[in-house]
Design a protein around this ligand. Structure first.
Ligand SMILES: Nc1ncnc2c1ncn2[C@@H]1O[C@H](COP(=O)(O)OP(=O)(O)OP(=O)(O)O)[C@@H](O)[C@H]1O
Ligand SMILES: [Mg+2]
Length: 324
């Protein structure tokens, strides 16, 4: 875990030095420069050399029907209008896309050690980048053409994923957990290109969303419903990956409730904003969960990969055509 603390201390020192960071007022500027950095995943040690080689996906059944009859191909396709400025994982190149690829590779490595399909994304406090990391990680995983990815907006208080993807927030997780809708009814996919501008974007076709719905005052109770574990279990039979965005762990209990059902948890710390003690408290709240590590988000200077040993990621990607 020492690498976690190093990363957090770096975040703390950046905060102390007052580095300029995106604010609520300028949310979508500077994604290229301020990459989300995948740092300090707790396990495995030592770090593997080659982090760009994805492991084989877990076998998924030939028929995409879960025991409860969930049929991914029959999930309702609706027009989406993704906000590209908030989705750097869709870009062909750049520091942000590289960092999400790197995060993805670390996760593949962890899955090689221990089976894992569902990952909860949380942080200590609001506005640290949970939704940003959840959405871009989900898209990065979905760019592997063999991956089916379910993205769940588990923040039923401030649900935002539908805004980033440009789609309807209803019906959503809150409706499912309150028993007003079944699993398949709350899922949606992006309609093919003629109906929605997002259809051609890399990874979008492999992505299924459960938006937040509106949990309102009941969010805490709803998040503790056994229907959430059921959802992960049944969706796990048909999706390779399930990424769950959530509310912050320190003010409300929703994420801790979800963490009991998720296979792993990633905590987000915002560089220059998240205080070391906040991150420690967040980690303490999740002591019974399988904490995979921290993601240090919004790092002012992303690592310069291009010049290392003459390796130019842009050239490599140009040769390869598109990212997987
Ligand atoms: N790496 C980044 N670069 C630039 N902007 C970012 C980055 N990460 C997050 N943001 C922006 O910061 C704001 C907060 O991010 P986000 O909504 O992901 O945080 P959150 O932790 O989910 O917040 P909340 O707790 O309110 O749900 C958003 O406007 C988002 O677009
Ligand atoms: Mg959020």
């Amino acid at each position: 875990m020492s690498r976690i603390y190093e990363a957090l201390q770096k975040a703390e020192s950046e905060r102390a030095s007052g580095s300029s960071l995106p604010t609520r007022e300028e949310p979508t500027r500077g994604y290229h420069a301020r990459a989300a950095a995948a740092l300090a995943l707790a396990e495995p040690e030592p770090e593997l050399e080659n982090d760009s080689f994805p492991s084989a996906p877990l076998p998924i059944p030939e028929t995409f029907h879960s025991p409860l009859g969930l049929d991914v191909d029959a999930v309702c396709a609706r027009p989406w209008d993704p906000n590209l400025a908030a989705l750097p994982a869709l870009l062909e190149r750049g520091p942000a896309v590289e960092q999400f690829r790197s995060l993805r590779s670390r996760i593949y490595e962890l899955r090689d050690i221990k089976p894992m399909r569902s990952i909860l994304i949380s942080s200590g406090l609001p506005q640290e980048g949970k939704s940003f990391v959840a959405t871009n990680l989900a898209l990065s995983l979905a760019r592997n053409r063999n991956s089916r990815v379910l993205l769940i907006d588990g923040d039923m208080r401030r649900y935002t994923l539908h805004k980033v993807l440009g789609c309807d927030p209803h019906p959503g997780l809150a409706d499912y957990l309150a028993n007003r809708a079944d699993m398949q009814e709350v899922m949606q996919r992006c309609a093919p290109p003629k109906n929605g501008s997002g259809g051609n974007l890399p990874g979008i076709a492999n992505l299924t969303l459960i938006p937040g719905g509106d949990g309102g005052d009941r969010a805490s109770d709803l998040s503790a419903s056994p229907r959430f574990a059921e959802l992960l279990q049944n969706a796990g039979a048909v999706f390779d990956w399930i990424i769950i965005d959530s509310s912050p762990v320190l003010p409300v209990s929703d994420a801790v409730n979800y963490s009991r059902a998720a296979d792993g948890v990633l905590l987000v710390a915002r560089s220059g904003v998240t205080q070391f003690t906040t991150a420690q408290q967040a980690q303490a709240q999740l002591k019974t969960a399988n904490l995979l590590g921290f993601v240090l988000n919004a790092v002012a200077k992303a690592p310069q990969l291009g010049s290392y040993y003459g390796y130019d990621s842009r050239q490599e990607q140009a040769h390869a055509g598109t990212l997987p």
